[in-house]
Design a protein around this ligand. Sequence first.
Ligand SMILES: *[C@@H]1O[C@H](CO)[C@@H](O)[C@H](O)[C@H]1NC(C)=O
Ligand SMILES: *[C@@H]1O[C@H](CO)[C@@H](O)[C@H](O)[C@H]1NC(C)=O
Ligand SMILES: *[C@@H]1O[C@H](CO)[C@@H](O)[C@H](O)[C@H]1NC(C)=O
Ligand SMILES: *[C@@H]1O[C@H](CO)[C@@H](O)[C@H](O)[C@H]1NC(C)=O
Ligand SMILES: *[C@@H]1O[C@H](CO)[C@@H](O)[C@H](O)[C@H]1NC(C)=O
Length: 842
Amino acid sequence: MIRQVSRSTRALRRLPKAALPQVASAAVVAQPATRNAIAAYSTRSTVVQLLNNIGSKREVEQYLKYFTSVSQQQFAVIKVGGAIITDQLPELASCLAFLYHVGLYPIVLHGTGPQINELLENEGVEPEYIDGIRVTNPETMAVVRKCFLEQNLRLVTALEKMGVHARPITAGVFGADYLDKDKYQLVGKITAVNKSPVEAAIDAGYLPILTSLAETPSGQLLNVNADVAAGELAREFEPLKIVYLNEKGGIINGSTGEKVSSINLDEEYDDLMKEPWVKYGTKLKIKEIHDLLQHLPRSSSVAIINVDDLQKELFTDSGAGTLIRRGYKLINRQSLADFGNPDLLRTALLRDPEIKSGKLSVASYLKFLESTPFKSYGDEPLEVLAIVVEGKGVPKLDKFLSSKSGWLNNVTDNIFNSIKKDYNKLCWIVSENDANLAWYFSKSEGSFAKNGQILFWYGLSPEESSNLIKEFDASHIGSALSSSKESGVFSASQQARGFHNSARVRSANPNPPITQSKNEAKAKVALIGARGYTGQNLIKLIDNHPKLEISHVSSRELAGQKLQDYNKAQIVYSNLQVDDIKQLEEDGDVDMWVMALPNGVCKPFVDAIDSVGKGKSKIVDLSADYRFDTTGNWTYGLPELQDRQQIAAASRISNPGCYATAAQVAIAPLSKYIAGLPTTFGVSGYSGAGTKPSPKNDVAFLSNNLIPYSLTDHIHEREISNKLGFDVAFMPHVAQWFQGISHTVSIPIKKGSLTSRDIRNIYQERYQGEQLINVTGDIPLVRDISGKHGIVIGGFAVNSKEDRVVINATIDNLLKGAATQCLQNINLALGYGEYDGIPTNQ
Ligand SMILES: *[C@@H]1O[C@H](CO)[C@@H](O)[C@H](O)[C@H]1NC(C)=O
Ligand SMILES: *[C@@H]1O[C@H](CO)[C@@H](O)[C@H](O)[C@H]1NC(C)=O
Ligand SMILES: *[C@@H]1O[C@H](CO)[C@@H](O)[C@H](O)[C@H]1NC(C)=O
Ligand SMILES: *[C@@H]1O[C@H](CO)[C@@H](O)[C@H](O)[C@H]1NC(C)=O
Ligand SMILES: *[C@@H]1O[C@H](CO)[C@@H](O)[C@H](O)[C@H]1NC(C)=O
């Protein structure tokens, strides 16, 4: 059984914020002029009382506006239990006075239960009930009538004392027949309601105070249950509010002693009527309310509350006692025949985007359902329709279609909960443009995005989710849209942590590292321009590499000197010229050429190697000279973002720039969320300015200083934009430290599209398995990156307008920004494990 926990009609009652006059002036406006003077005093005090008693002035004003939007007699029917007039008359009177003073005219109908029994006892008459109905013989009737008139007078008098004009209406409204003359005697069944006495009272500015006495056409008084009479009034007037005041403040669950907060009749009525404590008056009351609500709009409800809570019930969103409404009965159907009305099903299916767009017809979908085991969930009018298809793998929520009112009334939640009870695992696919994406995220434990669609799931083991993603991924291959390499994976709950294993890694990261070495042979590296910081770092790395050996180091300045930091062999710097290089290439003495020269000078060397044309050796160029190559000869070697297989197959690799590497890694995962120009503020240590003396590597000048330079059109700005495929603004700076870059990237995103947590998840998933990229929730600091081989990405701050995200990234410009990345490319190109020789835990 599904209980609709929330009081959804309360949510519906939420009204647009409106410029309503102040409460006090609203009261005066609504007052007939003649009563202004007398009302002034009590109005003020009741308004004060109101504002003290209940939630917020905003709510009060909204509800006042709502209540005054209909004719006065349609505001509310309030049924007052007999015991309230005895025990809580001042509270009741002041409450009604308040409503009156703010211009609201509830129709008040009261009972007289407890007083009658007292009087009957005094007169020696034994009270007698059958099925909760008082058997009313003529002696009892005399007592009942006397009692009603007394109670009515007490209430009217109390109201008049508070400056409220109240009109006793003790007859003339309810026409009745005998309910069962033999059984109950003078008990009536209402056959007609005469509205005119009530309307006349309200028109004249009086609160109508009714008893539940009815008359036969010949004028015989008949006793009618007050709940029933109130229900008849409500049917006649269709008021915005139907309120039953009782001293218990709601319906009390007889088994637990707790107040029942809400009852959804469609779903709960049958079971409720079977509960042992539901008998006599309670049973009659619930049945009466049930019957009444069948005839009112589905949005109508009956509130059963204590008089002290009346204002709260009327003027706040939270309400007070027991709220009874029809609610939504959920129905499971397992075959098309179960749906009964085919038009209902068709209407529901027409909400499906695929069907709406014409890609799928209702008829063909129905045919699919005919031949497929499925289970459907829906409310009776199919405001929400969910279809779960059970195939061989994970059960799939094939359709989840809701009308606006289904979302508003929370039927969607109830349906989803009931699916969840039946299925401990489930998957479903939603378009990334779906208006309710956030809701789907909240229902899922993991997700995977591709080509505008998002695959969601819950309850899956890492293997299952990994297989599911593979399947989903495969279903997109060959699709016209599948050129994009982007793939964001989100996870909506902590459980996603459990997925951080290799199975998931393979599927989440579309371009996983190539860690296996396929080449057992050693290889010889020649380093041209070995003097710079990058060259030195690369030499150290090669020294620790299991298979690489240095055959030549060339540097004009260092020629003749012994190579430091290299222990595998004694090597002396040479000064290789173009012809030497050509000769070495012809002799096949070098497997890998590394060009570590300044920009713009390596072309003659490359051309020399090219001219030999044997195609055996490979080149990695560290300069910017071939990063923008359009001949197709050169491959851009950023393994985490480029196709690694392509790098492995390349013979000419241009090594990315340091700033450019970090900026691309920091921005790429958000590519499809970007809604404006990403800007990155980069600060590098002065080793980035090279070894040639300049102010940018002058430690004294940098002391207590920061130097902005090349603020537009820096070559790395061009590189970042060119490789990412969209413009990025980059503003470089040099600072006083030696090595390490800090990037602070600001990225405009579509408002509200991502939370900080979503973003972090996107990065974590995108870089799963990458040993040279760490994703952290903290802000990475440049001092921690110095000497490390990877990139650290963190920050992930989203501004309060939710349209901009800030990401920090740090990289050691000499390592992952140059030498380490170069070694990654060498490894890939030579068929070694990508991380061979790279201390990945540093
Ligand atoms: C809808 O139901 C869920 C529980 O299923 C509840 O948390 C949420 O507050 C409800 N929303 C509304 C608007 O009633
Ligand atoms: C009353 O309490 C019993 C026992 O906890 C429970 O089974 C039943 O559903 C409750 N009824 C209502 C209407 O809340
Ligand atoms: C591309 O490389 C080949 C050899 O690998 C060379 O012959 C050719 O000239 C190169 N093309 C350009 C435009 O550099
Ligand atoms: C990345 O995280 C690993 C594991 O915590 C750590 O050993 C390594 O030093 C980190 N890398 C960087 C570049 O900070
Ligand atoms: C990192 O980004 C945050 C915003 O997320 C910013 O406030 C901070 O200054 C940045 N830190 C560094 C070290 O760049």
